[in-house]
Design a protein around this ligand. Sequence first.
Ligand SMILES: [Zn+2]
Ligand SMILES: [Zn+2]
Length: 726
Amino acid sequence: MPDMRRMVRVALDVPLRHGFDYLVPDGMGVPVIGSRVRVPFGRRNAVGVVIARPKTSEVPEARLKPVRELLDSQAAIGPEVMKLCRFAAQYYHHPLGEVLSTAMPLKLRQGAAPDALVRSWHLTREGAEQDLDALKRRAPRQAELIRLLLATGEVSEPLPARLKRLVPTLEKRAWLLCEQRVVTPVPPAQAASPGPELSREQATAVRTITSALGRFAGFLLRGVTGSGKTEVYLQSARACLAAGRRVLILVPEISLTPQLVERVRTRLGARVALSHSGLTDSERLAHWRSAKDGAADVVLGTRSAVFAPVPDLGLIIVDEEHDASFKQQDGFRYSARDMALVRARDEAVPIVLGSATPSFEALHQVEESRLDALRLPRRVGVAKPPSARLVDLRQGRLEAGVTTILLDRMRSHLIAGGQVLLFINRRGFAPCLLCESCGWRAECSRCDAALTLHRSAGRMHCHHCDHRASIPLQCPECDAHTLAAVGQGTQRIEETLTRRLPGVAIARLDRDSTRSRGSLERTLDSARRGETKVLIGTQMLAKGHHLPGVTLAAVLDADQGLFGLDFRAQERLAQIITQVAGRSGRGEQAGEVIVQTRFPDHPTLRRLITEGYDAVAADLMEVRRSDGWPPFERLVLFRAEASDAKDALAVLRLARAELESAGIEILGPAPAPMARRAGRHRAQLLLIGSRGRLQTLLRSRLEAVLSLPAAQRARLSIDVDPIELF
Ligand SMILES: [Zn+2]
Ligand SMILES: [Zn+2]
């Protein structure tokens, strides 16, 4: 019997649900679980993560290929993150290899070293005493390197290739000495600066959170906007750092501003590693390394930071936990908020979910005593809650969606020295181009959606597939010159207000105006300094920016959210109106809030204006409970995409037959609300049931569904706990 060959099972970044077995060649070190290896895969080499060391393989040994290279002597993915990734792969029914690649910066996936060591070289005495002229005749490059070192003292990586080749030779001659140093992009810690004195409620919240350090406990920090949630995070984090543990802070993409980073750094006196999409690949790797080797005390990032390495984790904070950006909407569709809860439980640390407008999931978790509610019911300092009212869009002359009432109020606030913030859900100039003679509408040729008119760019643009088209001069249907821009977009409102409010500085905050790096910051800075008087924006405006000069905040059109197809539409609307309202009156001036609607008698809006978010949430939760929607029941959404509409529906019909099961309601298959997108036909199948039942069903039947022959002709994907039903 020959020696048992050593084997490893490797997860690769491919959409396949199993690991791949490889032989470990003799003489190679022992790959530990979580270390990266370079392995042959198809015709290429791939970097994967070792997930097991099996004794046997289903593949005959003769067909197993050897590992090419062992990239890590220690685990790149430590046991805590590995455990979280395994859980996520199981819960979301997503290939582990793709989950693990979410946990690693791109450069690490490409094989970069996991530690932050940089090598540098200096001359030994012997090297420094070489006769350079003689050496130059014999070996000019060597002489060049020594001359360089005599001038600079040392050189460090990366060296130009022609010099790098010489290093081993000169090291062997003992002319060069190598030194390894840890480098980190994380600025050194400063002395922590003291914060403001806490209110009674803030102090109670901090005490409750810090008394849970060292064990699992979940908190929902419910604070109206302006009530000082951040101060509670900071003081709790400080206590955690003082206990020698580290802190992980997750925030929505858009609220991760340099101001916030600076505040965390200076207030905590902490070294902060970042993780967000604004970093370059090299920066991401460098920050990841600083987190991994413990050079950072705080890891601060957006969604994928939930998978960041944080040794001696002591506290997790999720700010604006209701924010939809915590859920990834394509590929590996995970919820960072939910995974943060799992991680806190696994690592036995407290977690704080904060929001002025908690998700219904969080409210339900409080009802079930899985989270403890901490309340901050008052604004801090002198700020008073703003007064709010509904304005009927059907009355009063409208221009670019701004009623005369609103325009009047804007003028008085501006005259009084206040700033105005206008919220609209759409970017672009106008949602669509319509023929007033025949009713023709400019539509995307590849989606079931209207093209958005971007007048300043001189084109029309599909916001769903990125298709661009030129603006027609006349109607392509009836040839009439009666094309009109219908509806409002941020650009059109900006244009109208510039005309109506001459001399007033107006700025726009949307995805178009903030595309270039730093432009969001510049716009917000100018607003903070009080230079910009009117700020028009999309969702970006509603997030936690502190603009103390704003005294009037308006939602230009609330109606989209009232009758949205999605069962979450009203929850979202209530959140956004409350968040926008929260931007008003945060300084010493009292704030005013105006919500424009064609339905001023709508019960949700009335209740929101008179009683606030909590009352509306309680109402809407009752509807969800009686209708059997989340958070009381859970959802799993199967999506199918195909070039032929029949194929997309056919595979879901077969899937439905496979998935029929007691206690689970199945809706569909049906065409998706947007049945065609980017030229692909889309259909969906919705499963409703308890979390346990759905998971049991998927564990036993998903394999069969995915291996349906019809699945070859359609791209099938699965979304556990979807937050968008299209
Ligand atoms: Zn026409
Ligand atoms: Zn399109």
